[in-house]
Design a protein around this ligand. Structure first.
Ligand SMILES: Cc1cc2nc3c(=O)[nH]c(=O)nc-3n(C[C@H](O)[C@H](O)[C@H](O)COP(=O)(O)OP(=O)(O)OC[C@H]3O[C@@H](n4cnc5c(N)ncnc54)[C@H](O)[C@@H]3O)c2cc1C
Length: 415
């Protein structure tokens, strides 16, 4: 094996949504006129049924994620399987408060888009296959990490064999249970919400007209996101102890249960697809930087899906990290140096903290059965609907365009 197969500029551990997306963003950057050599270490092949990142889930992509993928030239492939969200209706089951957001009020083509994670993965995979400076090592897992002042040495296991690769910068994008994070000795703050998300595609009687519905109930939020063929992607949050019973309901009883919670704004619910379940917890790394190492995406922060922000936050991690690496290369700096890593961290921490607080605030206020809290949430929804500055703030947060925007989100390519 030559050194060429062992030495890289960057090693990304985890080729899920965030790791593969990052590789696409870094691929065109050059060091001394040569493209960066990047390895992705991924445990589970892209199309494997056990792949946790690329599955049947349909997720909401924000306006900022759309802009970033558009600048990277990935959007034409993603939009083939995506549906625009033109309006969002937020309501509180059995109460008066409601808030509405419309794309046209905010001068955008869409507030966001709904796409299947598998289809997003397919777009990344096709791009990665065209790039000769990216090496995908899969199936392989990280088993050890040794970092010196000069290099980060990553030991990986591939079947019975192991080998050590070296790089200037290692990026942990290996999800909420990140082994990279563990090997770096970084602790996490974890909060179990006591809730599980049940997902399925459902078909309502009436057209969804590209509207997303977020309805808060005593057990937690219920979201209907618009999809193709007039279907909706359901994210139904329930307490852990309800999961088994709900997964075992026959389709008719399941649809009846959903209708009781959601009401009849889309008419009768006529069809339900296969159900899946995801236990929910907040996981936040106590720090996201170490010598020659960075954590991004779920390895740094995994969130409750109530506000549809987890991956969108990861996409902004990608855009800012690619910009920090680009700027370090332009200054002829070592990309693993502290200046480059700190530039990334300082920029990202405000957005990350704001989205974590926003999401956790929604979970605690809107999953709380106390009547005083119910009153507060009704008043908040009415306030959002009636007060334009608050509505604008909520829309900007939802679209991911609050705060300083990276170049990729402003349509400026990095190379
Ligand atoms: C029900 C639900 C709905 C959601 N809806 C939305 C939404 O609407 N909008 C939104 O923005 N976000 C949403 N999310 C969040 C989104 O799915 C995550 O933020 C996103 O998947 C994070 O991607 P990631 O690549 O960081 O981590 P992951 O998706 O966990 O990927 C990690 C990758 O690393 C690999 N890996 C793990 N360990 C190792 C190892 N030791 N060595 C090598 N590889 C390894 C895994 O195989 C995987 O490919 C939702 C999440 C859930 C559960």
């Amino acid at each position: 094996m030559s050194n060429k197969d062992l030495d890289y500029d960057i090693i990304i551990v985890g080729g899920g949504l965030v790791g593969a997306g990052l590789a696409c963003a870094l691929a065109g950057l050059k060091s001394n006129g040569l493209k960066l050599r990047i390895a992705i270490i991924e445990a589970i092949p892209f199309r494997d049924a056990a792949q946790p990142s690329y599955d049947d889930r349909n997720i909401a992509l924000s306006q900022a994620s759309y802009r970033i993928f558009n600048t990277l030239g990935l959007w034409p492939d993603i939009i083939k399987a995506a549906t625009p969200i033109e309006s969002i209706y937020i309501s509180n089951r059995g109460h008066f408060g409601a808030a509405r957001l419309h794309a046209k009020d905010h001068n955008v083509n869409a507030l966001g888009f709904v796409a299947q994670t598998r289809a997003i993965g397919e777009a990344f995979k096709q791009r990665l296959q065209t790039l000769d400076n990216i090496t995908l090592i899969c199936p392989a897992t990280i088993i050890d990490l040794h970092i010196t002042d000069e290099r980060a040495n990553v030991t990986i296991e591939q079947g019975e064999n192991s080998k050590t690769l070296s790089c200037s910068l290692v990026i942990g994008a290996d999800g909420a249970k990140s082994k990279t994070r563990e090997l770096l000795g970084i602790t996490t703050h974890t909060y179990d919400h006591g809730q599980t998300a049940i997902v399925a595609n459902v078909t309502p009687e009436k057209p969804h007209n590209n509207a997303a519905y977020e309805r808060f109930t005593d057990s937690g939020p219920l979201a209907f996101l618009p999809m193709s063929k007039q279907r909706c992607a359901l994210v139904y949050t329930v307490w852990h102890n309800e999961v088994e019973e709900i997964l075992n309901l026959n389709d008719d009883d399941f649809l009846k249960r959903l209708s009781e919670r959601f009401g009849d704004r889309l008419g009768t619910l006529t069809k339900a697809g296969k159900r899946g379940s995801y236990p929910l917890a907040l996981n936040k790394a106590d720090k996201t930087l170490a010598k020659r190492a960075i954590l991004i995406g779920n390895a740094a922060h995994s969130l409750h899906p109530v506000a549809g922000q987890g991956f969108n936050l990861g996409v902004r991690d990608i855009a800012v990290l690619a910009e920090a690496v680009h700027d370090a290369l332009n200054e002829n700096l070592d990309i693993g140096n502290e200046k480059c890593l700190k530039a990334y961290q300082q920029w990202r921490q405000t957005d990350q903290q704001r989205i974590i607080s926003f999401t956790e605030g929604l979970v605690s206020v809107f999953s709380n059965p106390l009547s005083s809290v119910k009153l507060l949430r009704n008043i908040s929804l009415v306030g959002v609907d009636l007060l334009p500055p608050i509505k604008k703030m909520l829309a900007r947060q939802t679209m991911g365009i609050a705060g300083k925007q990276p170049r990729l989100a402003r349509g400026i390519p990095l190379n």
